[in-house]
Design a binder for this molecule. Structure first.
Ligand code: NAP
Ligand code: MG
Length: 494
């Protein structure tokens, strides 16, 4: 491989159950593919229901009888910090795996995604010894208090667009809470998850606490969602599958679920904005990670006074956005994930946009000789009721729309069944505050976009789901509250 990087030896391709790498019960494997070329990288064990059963049995044993939930929060935190340190030591190899499998930029994996994951581990390590209940003011001769206990065995079902970050969104708070878990990565991105499981064991996380079952959604994923011995499921992915997860939970043991689903997030740029800054922000907000981002700003509303200038500059600067090999440090956008359906879906949306009367002013086609590359694409003349303005595209497609007043911008921003995130660009504090309070979405970014932090709760409103990842709120979904009441002295009340 060029750019001074070595093609890594792929070390871990089997399921990680009860502290060991094992073949699937069926012996089946599936291919994971390099989106730069469409070539197979390696074969990965294909876990199904029987494998999920084994993983849940191991997690149950670790939770019901093992050390992890019983050791002090401080001890759990120390092990989590060691886990983070080990990740730091293997960062190049891990960054390479996520680039190889899903075409994410190597430099971003190394400088942003993996460091943010280790920060999450360290943040939640610090929280592990600060989980406590409250003293209650009860009437009568009673002393009441609450305990916050780990909810038990949890299932994490995650997507491929940020394999490392999604893994730690779920795993870090669940580890801090004292839960045992089964993680199912997306079938397009199994390799870093298996590597993390190996490092977790090296760090001292006991066998059975963190199991990884690679495989497909309708088999392995569905077995997690409907499992009678799993106490909670955290899911990130599409709205359609989120609905299936909730249905499966309802039909099995009524386990609580948290869903982080899709979005159609607006970025609203007011007349007073610095146009050059706004153009750069918009470009990054929609093309970053090839548009394969749940919070991608796929609806860009620009106030009429600067709309024409903005459009001109957006088209000019899109030429600076380089599409190519994700290992090349000069590249801004790698190939789309290898999922033929996903690649074709983006191209279908582009065709649909044209048919509905929107105009392409940049891009609009696949590019490169091999692999799954798509040009960054800008549509204008987009109307609110067009499919490209309503549905999640999950590709590098910007839709530019115009607005006149703040009231109209609020109306349009909220005209969606989603509510994941929104961005506002203005220098006017009154407008910024008013917008922040009026938009129905879980994250509002003012004069910035994609500003994530371990301490900043993240999760949607409306059909973008419910339940938070990150922040102290996210630990709550892995805990349950128990009330304990003691009679203080003899009294007629027993
Ligand atoms: P997805 O199908 O919702 O997949 C997310 C995870 O759920 C994967 O691990 C998947 O396994 C699993 N899954 C699929 N069917 C399941 C089932 N019946 N029961 C339990 N688990 C199941 O999403 P995707 O295929 O990765 O992408 C499809 C669309 O989802 C994208 O175009 C995009 O619109 C949206 N998406 C949103 C996010 C987000 O962050 N909100 C992330 C990724 C994708 P498999 O490996 O078999 O798919
Ligand atoms: Mg899928």
């Amino acid at each position: 491989m060029a750019w001074g990087l070595k093609m890594p030896e792929i070390k871990f391709t089997k399921l990680f159950i009860n502290g060991s790498f094992v073949d699937a019960v069926s012996g089946k494997t599936f291919a994971t593919t390099d989106p730069r070329s469409g070539e197979v990288i390696t074969m990965v064990a294909e876990g199904e229901k029987d494998d999920v059963d084994l993983a849940v049995k191991a997690a149950r044993e670790a939770f019901d009888h093992g050390q992890w939930p019983r050791m002090s929060g401080f001890q759990r935190g120390q092990i989590m910090i060691k886990f983070a340190d080990l990740i730091d030591q293997h960062i190049e190899e891990l960054a390479t795996l996520d680039s190889l499998e899903v075409g994410k930029l190597f430099s971003h994996n190394k400088l942003a995604d993996i460091p943010s994951a280790t920060r999450m581990l360290r943040y939640f390590a610090g929280a592990a010894d600060k989980i406590h209940g409250e003293t209650l003011k009860m009437g009568g001769p009673f002393h009441g208090y609450t305990l916050k206990e780990p909810i038990g065995v949890v299932g994490h079902i995650i997507p491929w667009n940020f394999p490392t970050v999604m893994f730690f969104f779920k795993v870090s708070p669940a580890l801090a809470a004292g839960c045992a878990m089964v993680v199912k990565p997306a079938e397009q991105s199994s390799l870093s998850a298996l590597y993390y499981a190996f490092l977790a064991k090296q760090a001292g996380i006991p066998d059975g606490v963190l199991n990884v079952v690679t495989g497909f959604g309708p088999t392995a994923g569905a077995a997690i969602a409907s499992h009678m011995d799993i106490n909670q499921v955290s899911f990130t992915g599409s709205t359609e599958v989120g609905r299936l997860i909730m249905e499966a939970a309802a039909r099995s043991n009524l386990k609580p679920v948290s869903l982080e689903l899709g979005g159609k997030s607006p970025l609203i740029i007011f007349d007073d904005a610095d146009i050059n800054m706004a153009v750069k922000l918009a470009q990054r907000a929609v093309f970053y990670n090839k548009g394969e981002v749940c919070v991608a700003a796929s609806r860009i509303y620009v106030q009429e006074g600067i709309y024409d200038d903005f459009m001109k500059k957006a088209v000019e600067t899109v030429g600076d956005w380089i599409v190519g090999d994700p290992f090349d440090p000069h590249v801004h956008q790698g190939p789309q994930v290898v999922d033929k359906e996903q690649f074709e879906k983006v191209l279908r949306y582009i065709e649909h946009g044209k048919r509905e009367g929107a105009t392409i002013v940049a891009g609009g086609k696949p590019c490169g000789e091999n692999g799954y590359y798509i040009e960054p694409t800008i549509f204008v003349d987009v109307k609110e009721d067009m499919v490209i303005a309503k549905e999640e595209i999950f590709g590098p497609v910007m839709s530019l729309m115009k607005f006149k007043t703040m009231e109209e911008a609020i109306e349009k921003a909220n005209n969606t069944r989603y509510g994941l995130a929104a961005g506002v660009v203005t220098k006017n504090l009154d407008i910024a505050n008013r917008m922040a309070r009026s938009i129905h979405a879980g994250s509002i970014w003012i004069n910035c976009y994609f500003a994530f932090d371990s301490d900043c709760p993240f999760g949607g409103f409306k059909m973008s789901g419910f339940g938070k990842d990150l922040g102290m709120h996210s630990i709550e979904k892995y805990l349950q509250v128990k009330s304990v009441v003691t009679r203080l002295h003899d009294s007629p009340w027993l």
